[in-house]
Design a protein around this ligand. Structure first.
Ligand code: BES
Ligand code: ZN
Ligand code: ZN
Length: 475
């Protein structure tokens, strides 16, 4: 889907539908009775004056307005106007010149639609935003243009990965994902290396190979490099789980909602999206993105409960449940990051556990790190981007859950505290490198989207990480 054109200006051009943001308690336009509109967050009222439509959208009380308030309000407005057949929308941001970024993001994210594979061409473009105008005062034009451009760059990569994320398992195998990563990296100053099965075998990536060996679609490791920082600066490693479909393997999952496991690749896509956005924004950092990708199937060659696997750095895993596969492919990728690139920090994204959904619901991702400064950086970025996270512990104590008699660790602990036990499992492979684990199982896709998204892949993690990087990662 092409991204909409954005025009930042001082007054509307042509005849766009105008969105006017409204603070609760301020004066209503003439002729609007207060019973009809109270300005509560995301409440709307459509005004018509001859052939001009203006949509009032509430922000709630002035004191409570934060970036996500504007993002949500703009998303609500864009969706509503698109439903009414709007072709071009103008956001009146004259009173909010510092919230141009989030408002544009909200509108652009809301203007995305997964095309799907139906046969009705009209359905594919209905609800898709074509053009967006942003209105600000003359002296804010430069400031607003910078914000709008950044928002456009980031949301367009988010929408690209939402598109890939929504593809089903038969259309997106590890090899296809690798092809897409190579294609998207072209012309962006990124280098991509894709490891195939043979190469993975010769370098001892026993985890990725084990998880992938039950599938007819072989696994891959995708490594993407972006060098925007100093020559000698240690890179930041971003590692993301990309299980293109998770049946559970021999420890097979129940049938209900198993289709949702096509989204078990969203951690890897968060990494891909962040790499694309970081290079488009020319961020002054060095990044290595590592995306281990496999399809977890119960085929004739499948790995089994009881198997012992040796990962890239020689540590061993006793497999007790083949459905706890994400941590196994991550173990290889994290040790590869540590041994080969000596990063200053490793940030890892995965739809790792159902347990994190029990803990935090769909509202927040689990944030696991022992580093206070990193925790604060991600929390702050979460507030700004609306991609909210919440800290959960990864103390050494949780490692007791994965002690094995016959290997370095076993791949499952008990049910209690399972999100934390899984986090401590993954952290084992980072050793002394500062480490952040984001369990995005509850936030990577949605069936109850906020106003600026639709059901399906959310792209969670890209906007969050770009914000952390722009603010300067404290390492
Ligand atoms: N991909 C799943 C985690 C998941 C479950 C994500 C539901 C989103 C929604 C992961 O591979 C998995 O199956 N985890 C198991 C671990 C268990 C076997 C220890 C889980 O969470 O049940
Ligand atoms: Zn699983
Ligand atoms: Zn999984």
């Amino acid at each position: 889907m092409p991204s909409p054109k954005i025009d930042v200006r001082t007054s509307p051009l042509g005849n766009p539908d105008v969105v006017s943001f409204f603070i609760k308690g301020s004066a209503l336009p003439a002729g609007v009775p207060s019973e009809e509109f109270d300005g509560a967050p995301n409440s709307t009222l459509l005004l018509r004056d001859r052939n001009q439509r203006t949509l009032l959208v509430g922000l709630g009380e002035k004191e409570k307005i934060e970036p996500d308030t504007l993002r949500r309000a703009a998303g609500t407005a864009a969706k509503q106007l698109l439903k009414l057949g709007a072709k071009e929308i103008a956001l009146d941001l004259i009173p909010f010149p510092d919230h141009v970024g989030p408002a544009v993001e909200g509108a652009l994210l809301a203007g995305y639609k997964f095309e799907g594979f139906g046969r009705d061409p009209a359905k594919k473009t209905r609800g898709v935003l074509g053009k967006l105008q942003v209105l600000v005062k003359e002296h804010e034009l430069t400031n607003a243009r910078v914000q709008a451009r950044t928002a456009e760059t980031v949301t367009s990569t988010v929408n690209i990965i939402r598109d890939i994320g929504n593809l089903p398992g038969n259309m997106l195998t590890p090899a296809i994902l690798a092809d897409k990563a190579e294609e998207l990296a072209q012309g962006r100053g990124l280098t991509v290396k894709v490891w195939n099965e043979r190469q993975l075998k010769s370098e001892g990536f026993g985890g990725i190979l084990a998880v992938g060996q039950g599938s007819a679609n072989p696994p891959r490791l995708i490594v993407i490099e972006y060098r925007g920082g100093g020559k000698k600066d240690a890179p930041i490693a971003l590692v993301g789980k990309a299980v293109t479909f998770d049946t559970g393997g021999i420890s097979i999952k129940p049938g209900a909602q198993m289709d949702e496991m096509k989204w078990d690749k969203m951690g890897g896509l968060a990494v891909l999206g962040t790499m694309l956005a970081a290079s488009d924004l020319k961020l002054p950092v060095n990044l290595i993105g590592l995306i281990p990708s496999a399809e977890n199937m119960p085929g004739p060659g499948a790995y089994r409960p009881g198997d012992i696997i040796t990962t890239r750095d020689g540590k061993t895993i006793e497999v007790l449940n083949t459905d706890a596969e994400g941590r196994i492919i991550l173990a290889d990728a994290i040790s590869h990051a540590r041994l080969t690139y000596k990063p200053s920090v490793i940030v890892e994204y995965s739809t790792l556990t159902g347990a994190v959904i029990m803990a935090l619901g769909f509202q927040r991702a689990g944030l696991f790190t022992a580093e206070e400064k990193l925790r604060e950086a991600f929390m702050a970025a979460g507030k700004i981007t609306g991609e909210r996270v919440w800290p959960l512990p990864v103390d050494e104590e949780y490692k007791e859950g994965v002690q094995s008699e016959i290997a370095t660790v076993k791949n499952i602990g008990g049910r209690e505290g399972s999100a934390c036990i899984s986090a401590s499992f993954v952290k084992t492979w980072a050793e002394q490198t500062p480490f952040v684990h984001l369990d995005i199982a509850g936030t990577a896709w949605t069936t109850k989207p906020p106003s600026y998204l639709e059901g399906g892949a959310t792209g969670f993690g890209v906007r969050l990480t770009i914000q952390v990087l722009r603010a300067g990662l404290p390492v």
